[in-house]
Design a protein around this ligand. Structure first.
Ligand SMILES: [Zn+2]
Length: 92
């Protein structure tokens, strides 16, 4: 392999790893965790990010997607139901 080929493959791998990373960011799972995972084992990162549960939840009043820890909706400013106990599943 020439240096150009190695650089070319490195660029392809770096770009492919962005796919699971962006999906992970959308699901609030951690962009860099899945980017590094994608660099090491791309198909594994893709499967993991697709099967993992979305950690976002929706405001019950305006349906805005909000952070799981939020106590006030950033859009409609209404108080949200009290925090779910640690470890509890958040249904979306
Ligand atoms: Zn709201």
């Amino acid at each position: 392999m020439t240096t150009d080929e190695i650089v070319g493959w490195a660029v392809i791998v770096a770009l492919l790893a962005l796919i699971p990373a962006f999906i992970a960011r959308k699901k609030r799972l951690g962009f860099w965790t899945f980017y590094v995972f994608g660099l090491m084992l791309w198909i594994g990162a893709m499967i993991a990010v697709l099967v993992m549960k979305d950690r976002r939840r929706r405001c019950p009043y305006c349906s805005e997607i909000i952070q799981p820890q939020a106590m006030v909706c950033p859009r409609c400013q209404r108080d949200l139901p009290s925090l779910v106990p640690a470890g509890a599943r958040v249904e979306t």
